[in-house]
Design a protein around this ligand. Structure first.
Ligand code: GLN
Length: 538
């Protein structure tokens, strides 16, 4: 018997319409009504995963519990729904082809010509249904990356067409998100791009059940009727997605538009239980009415592209809202700090209550990061270093406080006599790049009384990793003697996962990425601790 129902979300006209946020918002509403929901993203590129892509290309690479390097939309899904995702939630064309080609080499298709239809489309369908077949979900929302009409997306759309047919129409539906542009000269919203986009979808045999129109102005009755008429959907299935104050308002806007009801009715599911959004709403209220403010400098090398630090930015917002505090993020380019005079550095940080140094790879901007850390340490400004940010904090402390003047990370200097950060066992600079880092969740034991232990309220934690290098324990003694303590260690391997400077209001560096686990309704303890310390210094 068919139990799991499938919702496909496609996009038309242009990219960047917010398919991920619409999918996450719908998922949130359905989960808040008691359904078991998960969200999956299909990406049309040939990379096996985004782990090998530059953040400028793709934004942040989001890491799941099981160590999958995935699209940043999975971060939205986890933050909105408070659920864990996994490798099965993010599939790329590269991964689909890799599986099919491996099967071909094994001889699984012996005697046959291997083709896009049926072999690639079958593999896509198998991956979509794999989540449903776990029996863990009432609803699987599958977001199809790219724009309808792109050559790359065609096999995905064809797989959806076949799957809908195989599942039976009442067991699946398609939501199509398009742009409704406003022409200033004509003073009008225009529906033609939407009509054309739905026609393209129809050419591929897929009739959408719902059309979501992304718009800067409200859709009036006439526009809704027109879209309904030309796109063959009932008028109530024309949903307005208007610019929002924050992405976290979108679930409520979708509820006002009755998107959840339209979906449940279309799939023949009960709609009597109303969504329980109490804690979501109280977050939104706190977000709007925060009476305090803090300014946090986010130091990184990709700051022109805010998406490169998506999870960190959202984690700061969650933690701020929980503490009645609006967080103003000042994006600081690490490279720009490289050549500044001390006075210029001082000017950059004068109005800052907390410094966060971001993760990253490669040596561009490293000196700028080290200078930012030195400034925060010496001026007793709360500091939070994440992954590379923690590694730079160790280098800075070793050089400027512990007298190890040549200290460096082996990532940037293979010759340094004081490699305070070195490659993890089994890792090196010249290994195959894809999926080979230390990835996913590892346990960590905290030192009682440390800032970290106070923040978590617990000494046994687990957090997600993505790195090749690690604190070099040969230097632990000298650094500890000088006041930098290892306050979080891997329970068996002894790897240093957290460092803290003791003579400082709040100076914490983590080898792991806490930002991946911050959720709207469960802000991350370390981000809470950091914002609290920043507030105290304000
Ligand atoms: N480049 C460093 C490493 O591989 C830090 C990685 C990161 O910040 N995610 O260890």
């Amino acid at each position: 018997m068919q139990t799991t129902k499938y919702i496909f979300v496609t996009g038309g006209v242009t990219s960047s319409l917010g398919k991920g946020i619409i999918s996450a918002s719908l998922g949130k509403l359905l989960k808040a009504r008691g359904f078991r929901v998960t969200i999956q993203k299909l990406d049309p590129y040939i990379n096996i995963d985004p782990g090998t892509m530059n953040p400028y290309e793709h934004g942040e690479c989001y890491v799941t519990e099981d160590g999958a390097e995935t699209d940043l939309d999975l971060g939205h899904y986890e933050r909105f729904l408070s659920v864990d995702t996994s490798q099965a939630n993010n599939i790329t064309t590269g991964r689909i082809y890799q599986t099919v080609i491996e099967k071909e080499r094994r001889g699984d298709y012996l005697g046959k010509t291997v083709q896009v239809i049926p072999h690639i489309t079958d593999e896509i369908q198998r991956r979509i249904q794999a989540l449903g077949e776990t029996g863990n979900y009432d609803l699987v929302i599958t977001e199809i990356g790219g724009t309808v009409g792109d050559i790359e997306s065609l096999p995905f759309i064809e797989a959806v067409r076949q799957l809908r047919y195989n599942l039976g129409m009442g067991n699946s539906m398609v939501i199509h998100l398009t742009l409704i542009p406003y022409l200033k000269a004509a003073g009008e919203l225009k529906t033609k791009p939407t009509q054309n986009s739905v026609k393209t979808l129809l050419e591929h045999g897929v009739q959408p059940d719902v059309v979501v129109g992304r718009t800067e102005y409200p859709l009036n009755e006439d526009i809704r009727k027109k879209i309904a008429l030309f796109c063959n959907v009932p008028k109530e299935a024309v949903i307005q997605s208007i610019d929002a104050y924050s992405i976290y308002d979108v679930p409520l806007l979708m509820q006002e538009e009755r998107l959840d009801l339209v979906v449940l009715n279309r799939l023949g599911l009960p709609d009597a239980t109303l969504p329980d959004l109490r804690s979501w709403n109280s977050f939104l209220t706190r977000l709007r009415t925060a009476s305090r403010q803090v300014s946090i400098a986010l130091v990184g090398k990709y700051v022109e592209l805010k998406d490169a630090y998506k999870s960190i930015h959202e984690a700061l917002i969650h933690a701020g809202a929980a503490q009645d505090c609006k967080v103003n993020v000042h994006w600081l380019h690490s490279e720009s700090l490289d050549d500044m005079t001390p006075l210029e550095i001082e000017a950059q940080f004068r109005a800052i209550q907390g410094v966060l140094v971001a993760p990253g790879f490669g040596d561009r901007g490293i000196n700028g990061k080290i200078r930012a850390i030195q400034y925060a340490r010496e001026n007793r400004i709360p500091f939070f270093g994440i992954c590379l940010g923690m590694q730079c904090a160790v280098v800075e402390f070793a050089r400027n406080k512990a007298g190890l003047t040549d200290a460096h990370s082996a990532e940037f200097s293979s010759q340094t006599p004081q490699p305070v950060i070195h490659y993890l066992q089994g890792q090196s600079a010249d290994m195959r790049k894809g999926g080979t880092m230390r990835l996913g969740t590892y346990p960590c034991t905290l030192t009682p009384g440390s800032h970290a232990a106070k923040a978590y309220g617990n000494i046994h934690i687990s957090e997600r990793h993505r790195h090749r290098l690690e604190f070099n324990n040969d230097f632990l003694d000298v650094l500890e003697k000088n006041g930098m303590k290892a306050t979080g260690r891997h329970p068996e391997l002894g790897l240093v996962e957290i460092v803290e400077v003791t003579d400082h209001p709040w100076f914490v560096g983590t080898q792991f990425h806490p930002e991946y686990k911050s959720r709207v309704e469960e802000p991350h303890p370390l981000f809470l601790g950091f914002i609290e310390a920043a507030k105290a210094g304000n």
